[in-house]
Structure formats: C-alpha cells, structure tokens
Design a protein around this ligand. Structure first.
Ligand code: NZQ
Ligand code: ZN
Length: 381
C-alpha cells in the first residue's frame, strides 16, 4: 500500500423512508435559509420535492428553489446558482437529484463564499477551495457516487471542456432506494454501468500485489454486475436498486482508492466526448470501455485475467473482455458511438478534437498517445 490519509466527512442515511429520520437530525444543524436544488422536474413528478419541501417549511426554514439543473451541468448554471445563493443569503444547500444536481451544488457552494473565479483558481493556480456553504445530498438517481466526495464534473461551454472541479462535499447523504423508483430503466442501467466503470478504472491503476483495495474493488464490480442482472429480470427489484445504490457510493467515496494509483483514462475520454456531444455519461463509458481495454490488454494482462475470473467467471483476460462486451449488450446499453444520443453528429473531425483535448493519464496501465485515443474513438464508431 502507498502512504495515505483517509477521513470520512459525509454521514450516510440509507434505507426506505430514511429521509424523515435523517432530516429530523440534520435540520436542527442547518441555518434558516435553505436552497432546495433539483433538476428538470423528476422530483416534482415523483413527490420527493413536496415531501422535502414540506419538511423544510414545517421546520421554519425559508426555502429558495434552484431548479433546472441539467444532466452534464454547465459552469453557466453554476453561476446562476451562485447568484441565487448570494441574493437569498443561503446558509444551507439541499441538493436533490443525481450526480448532475449534486455536482452543480458542490461548486455553487464553494464559489458563493469567495470572490475569485473558482475555475481559474483551480485550473490556472492549482488552488482549491477551503470553505463553502454547507450542503446535504438526497440521491434520486444513483451511479456516480457524487454524494460522498467533493469532486464535481462540470462542462465549461466557453472552453469546450468537461472536467473535474473541486467543490464542497455533502455533510450528509440520504440514500433511499425508493427515491430511485421512477428513474427510467435506461438511466438506471447507465448509472449502474458508471459505478462498474469507477471500480474498474480504480482497479486498473497501479497497485501492489494482494492489496485490500483491489479485493474491495473486485467485490464491488461483481456485486454491481449481479444486481444489474437482477434488474434485467425485474427493473423494480428494490433490493437490487438498494445494493446498486450502495455500490455506487462505495465506488466513489475514496475507499477503493486508498494506497494506490487509479487509471480513469476511459472517464477522461468520455468527459471530453460529453463536452462536444452532451452524451449520457454511463452510456458513453459503456461504448469506450471494451475498446480501450483491448488496447491496453497486454499492459495489464494479470489484472485483466483476475477481473475475468472474479467478475465474469471467465478463464482468460480476453474472455473477460468478451464477457464485458456481451454484458453491455445484454443490458441494452450502447456499444457504438452512433447509438448515443448526441447533440451534434459524431464525425471523425469531432473525434479528433476529443482526442486532442482530453486529459491523458500518465501512469496507468500505460500512457496513451493522442493518436491512439483517436484510434480508440474511431473503433468505437
Ligand atoms: O433532471 P431531472 O428531471 O431530475 O431528470 C434526471 C436526468 O434527466 C433523471 N432523474 C434523476 N432522478 C430521477 C430521474 N428521473 C426520474 N426519477 C428520478 N428519481 O435522470 C437523468 C440523469 O440525471 P443525472 O444527474 O445527469 O445522472 P447521473 O447521476 O448519471 O449524473 C451524471 C453526471 O455526474 C457526473 C457525470 O459526468 C455527469 O455530469 N459524474 C460525477 C462524478 C462525481 N461527482 O463523483 C463521477 C462520475 O464519474 C461522473 O463523471
Ligand atoms: Zn463516472
């Protein structure tokens, strides 16, 4: 194991009907002006918005809505939230949604308490925020694990860049599998594939032999596949949704990453593809993963063999990747770029731009060249 420090700032409340209990404990710690943040309206249809808003009002909170946070949230949307937070002197943010809502709020929280532009501060000066408006996360769509970390992924449309930005982590997270009951099946599976991807990308990074992080990552992968298959039998299997919800948090709360390096090259490619096309994150990953892994198979043969055995019960690295490819199809997830819902037509020219601008992970398992990334993307076509 490499040297590490690990702390755990998010209190998790998990289970059916847990919101009432959780908020009873958390509301007393919040200030009086609460921003209730959400996406395009699913929380209103599902009744989650009404349930939470009435709890806030019953506890004498002044509530300001921050609505319309889109999938793949933009930096412009962050600015809108910041203006609202300042205008209403918000002292607590309750983010209710999937990764997009939670991520947007993380950055709103940090930016609202400082004058300096957070984007330039982080990308140009390499400095990170030290404070923010406290926030909590209520997860209505699982997969990203955004509720248990302080990293956000934001699209800066002016810079044509979708990338990480450090914001504020939630002090508590409410994970009620029932809140995900209304998520469309394809989003449920895309989210779960994102979880699988987080564990795979972490596992594929450099680690010493027989370290515990690899073992935990493999267990998360196996459990994610098992429960995705349960959902293919019955999309309303709430026990499977609950398992996937916790897999999601586990894959991105830092536990898998301690004492080792991570890869995340597939994520870097997908994020930039997202900047150009606004495609769905989990679906973009489903297309990229098998092709990328075939390119680096020889560089991490042993790891791929273990992945094959422990996640898909296959004997060889190659058979493991075949099983991953079949599994993506079995789930009905896109396997080619043309199957993605994209804002613009995906052309070779666009793929060249993605390859030329995406982050390159230098260490694990092997540093790719930009031409190689372009080749991978072309194969994804
Ligand atoms: O906007 P609404 O109407 O709420 O609809 C959303 C959205 O259209 C819908 N949805 C959410 N809860 C629902 C629901 N529909 C019905 N019933 C419910 N209960 O789901 C759609 C997708 O939501 P979104 O939040 O965009 O999905 P996801 O959770 O997959 O988040 C994706 C974003 O997170 C980033 C991605 O890049 C992407 O921007 N990521 C964040 C990470 C992090 N912070 O740790 C890590 C990931 O690797 C990822 O990059
Ligand atoms: Zn992801």
């Amino acid at each position: 194991m490499n040297k590490f420090t690990f702390s755990y700032p998010t209190k998790v409340y998990f289970g059916k009907g847990i919101a009432q209990e959780a908020l009873k404990q958390e509301l007393v710690k919040m200030g009086g002006n609460v921003m209730l943040a959400y996406g395009g309206g699913s929380v209103k249809k599902s009744g989650v918005y009404d349930e939470l808003k009435s709890l806030l009002l019953q506890n004498d909170k002044q509530v300001v809505d921050f609505s319309g946070i889109m999938p793949n949230p933009t930096f412009a949307k962050v600015q809108e939230g910041v203006a609202l937070a300042r205008e209403h002197q918000v002292d607590f943010i309750l983010a209710v949604g999937g990764g997009s809502v939670i991520d947007c709020c993380k950055v709103v929280s940090a930016q609202a308490v400082m004058e300096e532009d957070i984007w330039s501060m982080e990308y140009e000066k390499g400095k990170f925020p030290a404070a923010g408006i406290p926030m909590g996360a209520v997860v209505t769509a699982s997969g990203t694990g955004a509720e248990m970390n302080s990293g956000a992924v934001i699209t800066n449309e002016e810079k044509m860049w979708k990338g990480p930005i450090v914001g504020t982590g939630a002090t508590f997270a409410i994970l009620d599998p029932d809140y995900t009951a209304t998520v469309p099946p394809m989003q449920v599976l895309s989210g779960a594939f994102d979880t699988l991807s987080h564990a795979m990308e972490t596992y594929l990074g450099s680690s010493d032999q027989d370290n515990v992080s690899d073992d935990v990552a493999l267990a998360i992968m196996r459990n994610t596949v098992v429960n995705m298959r349960r959902l293919l039998q019955d999309i309303n299997d709430m026990q499977a949704r609950g398992n996937l919800m916790w897999d999601s948090a586990m894959a991105e709360n830092g536990i898998l990453k301690v004492g080792r390096l991570t890869d995340f090259q597939a994520h870097q490619i997908e994020h930039q593809l997202g900047a150009y096309t606004d495609c769905n994150h989990g679906q973009g990953l489903a297309v990229i993963h098998p092709v990328y892994y075939r390119h680096i198979l020889k560089d991490a043969q042993e790891k791929f063999t273990r992945f094959a055995k422990e996640v898909f019960g296959e004997d060889s690295a190659e058979a493991g990747l075949d099983a991953l490819t079949s599994f993506i199809r079995e789930c009905g997830l896109p396997a080619k770029l043309w199957e993605l819902k994209a804002r613009v037509e995906i052309t070779p020219d666009l793929l060249r731009k993605v390859a030329d601008t995406c982050n390159i992970i230098k260490s694990n398992p092997r540093e790719l060249s930009r031409d190689e990334i372009y080749d991978i993307l072309c194969e994804c076509m």
